[in-house]
Design a protein around this ligand. Sequence first.
Ligand SMILES: [Zn+2]
Length: 381
Amino acid sequence: MIQQLAAAAERQIPAALKFLRAMVEIESPSDDKAAVDQCVAFVAESCLELGGRVRLYRQKTFGDLLEARFGPRKSARGPILLLGHLDTVWPLGTLKNMPFRVEGGRVWGPGVLDMKAGVVMALLAISILQEQQKLARPIVMLLNSDEEVGSNVSRPVTEKLAKECEAVFVLEPAQGLAGAYKTARKGVGNYSVRVQGVASHSGVDFERGHSAIVELARQIDRITRFTELERGITVNVGTVQGGTRSNVVAAEARAEVDVRIAKAKDEARIEKHFRSLRVFDSKCILHVEGGLNRPPMERTRGTVALYKRAAAHARTLGFALEEAATGGGSDGNFTSALGVPTLDGMGAVGEGAHAAHESLLLEHMAPRTALLAAMLADAGE
Ligand SMILES: [Zn+2]
């Protein structure tokens, strides 16, 4: 029966590409509400055409969030949450240099891989299941508009819906060109470290100065040693700023730090490290702010069970499905941290997300759509 899903997906690829093209050509950068809302309206329309029950969560600053429910309202098995986003990292006008195109077995364009194709695949999977009368459980789809800028606005809605559901399927791209599903993601944090020193003239009054730059440099050396690769903890001082002129002992300096942790329990460890920072030069003042934004998605038993089921379906479809862990975060981090089994990377296979060569491999689109459909139908072969 999974072969029937695959055959239907294959037949509908031309129509899916047309739909994908229309979506990509409605550019939708996270910071442009009007633009993202246009894309939301376009996808909402298709959800309605598929018989979806659509609800918008209106937003002031970011694009609206789109919820669409499909299938029966109730069933013996709980609902599945399909999670995606319609915003991209690409500013308006990107299409001029990166037009949507199908070339060399790939589909190119801004946001095509991350993650408009994932949304198209989900809608196609639902449509095929409906046609074949295999949609036997409730499906909740949530597409947000602020994923690329941290999901602050959508997080409560994501969490509310996840708690209703038995499992979460994230439509982010698969890992690498082998297209592994993601069963673990690191948690992500940000810290900002700011030093106030004492300014002075470097020629006239050198001894009276207390350099914020020297102090920050020593702090950076210490912070860098918070990294523990074997525990999956990385700490990256990504930006530094400070000082005004070369002949002034610097009064101000700051650094922005990115933190990744593999295990939820290491949040306290990292927090303790940052809170224990003390000045080397007692005339300087140190301000440390920040914390974890996304908890890690740990490789739980529930997630592994989902992956194993997907791998079995993939074998029937004729390909080997790998699993992978990544240092990057997604909205799956939130749902997994709530204890809801979450499988991520169920969207397109490709490379170059957030880069000029963003593209997906067309040959994987139909089989991956069939796999997604099989997981939604929970079709045991
Ligand atoms: Zn994404």
